[in-house]
Ligand binder design. Structure first.
Ligand code: ZN
Length: 138
């Protein structure tokens, strides 16, 4: 418990699938994740509250992975990665959102495992953690 990992994801891997496989292989059930690098054809999502679904957009080409930040918790009994990204184009313009998938050119990743028990449950159309309750001391 409380292990830290730093590694480079191999070029050509789909980043979300690869990182999820890493979490399962290390049995990481809670943690934080950070990364920088460069991604190809990243697909990002924006949650539309009225439609209750993600609007997705694929950015064609290679983008700087300016920031990857997210967390690990349990969903349906398995480690689940929730990641957001900031992506930069050649002019330095930023795009961002909920990362759905992307092909790795370079991805330098840091993961810290935490001693937490967080399980996602369905709240409406989203899988979320239970909100913290300051009164019950939990
Ligand atoms: Zn998200």
């Amino acid at each position: 418990m409380g292990k830290k990992f730093m590694f480079r994801v191999p070029e050509g891997e789909e980043i979300v699938e690869f990182l999820t496989r890493f979490l399962v292989s290390q049995d990481i059930r809670a943690g934080i994740i950070l990364g920088v690098g460069s991604l190809e054809d990243p697909e990002v999502g924006y949650f539309d509250r009225e439609k209750k679904e993600y609007i997705t957009k694929t950015l064609k080409g290679t983008y700087e992975l300016v920031t990857l930040i997210g967390n690990v918790s349990i969903k349906n009994g398995k480690p689940f990665l929730h990641v957001h990204v900031s992506l930069g184009d050649r002019e330095g313009k930023l795009y961002g959102g909920h990362l759905i998938r992307a092909k790795v050119f370079v991805a330098e990743i840091f993961i810290e495992e935490l001693d937490e028990k967080l399980e996602r449950r369905k709240f409406g159309s989203l899988y979320l953690w239970d909100p913290i309750n300051l009164d019950s001391g939990s």
